[in-house]
Design a protein around this ligand. Structure first.
Ligand SMILES: [Zn+2]
Ligand SMILES: [Zn+2]
Length: 119
């Protein structure tokens, strides 16, 4: 099981990001690692919420689009029936029609995660 959430870099470490927050994943066998944009060129954040917002940006930058085979649901933005879906990495899946299946709409209907568990 992987437990993803903002974690603080040990403030006692002699590092530039000591005491800063990053979006990280913890796995009992592997340890803890930074994930999403926090694993790239990120200096760390002052608060856990900022780290979660940074991961949310990563999710919105990596939206997965697909479609359902046999079922349709109302678009979560306009209510139009559609078989099109969009999902966030390690996040939920949303029904969105063609014109609403965008980063902007997903940014509007989702918020920064506080914690994500996945296997
Ligand atoms: Zn970050
Ligand atoms: Zn729509």
């Amino acid at each position: 099981m992987n437990y993803a959430e903002p974690r603080q870099v040990d403030p006692k470490l002699d590092k530039d990001d000591a005491g800063k927050w990053r979006w990280t994943v913890s796995n009992r066998r592997i340890g803890v690692w930074a994930a999403g944009y926090c694993a790239e060129d990120c200096p760390g954040h002052e608060t856990p919420l900022e780290a979660a917002q940074h991961y949310h940006e990563y999710q919105l930058g990596n939206i997965r689009l697909s479609s359902l085979q046999d079922t349709q649901h109302p678009c979560e933005k306009c209510g139009e029936w559609t078989g099109l879906i969009a999902s966030l990495p390690h996040g939920d899946t949303y029904t969105l029609c063609e014109p609403h299946r965008t980063k902007e709409v997903l940014a509007e209907i989702t918020s920064p995660p506080s914690q994500i568990w996945y296997s």
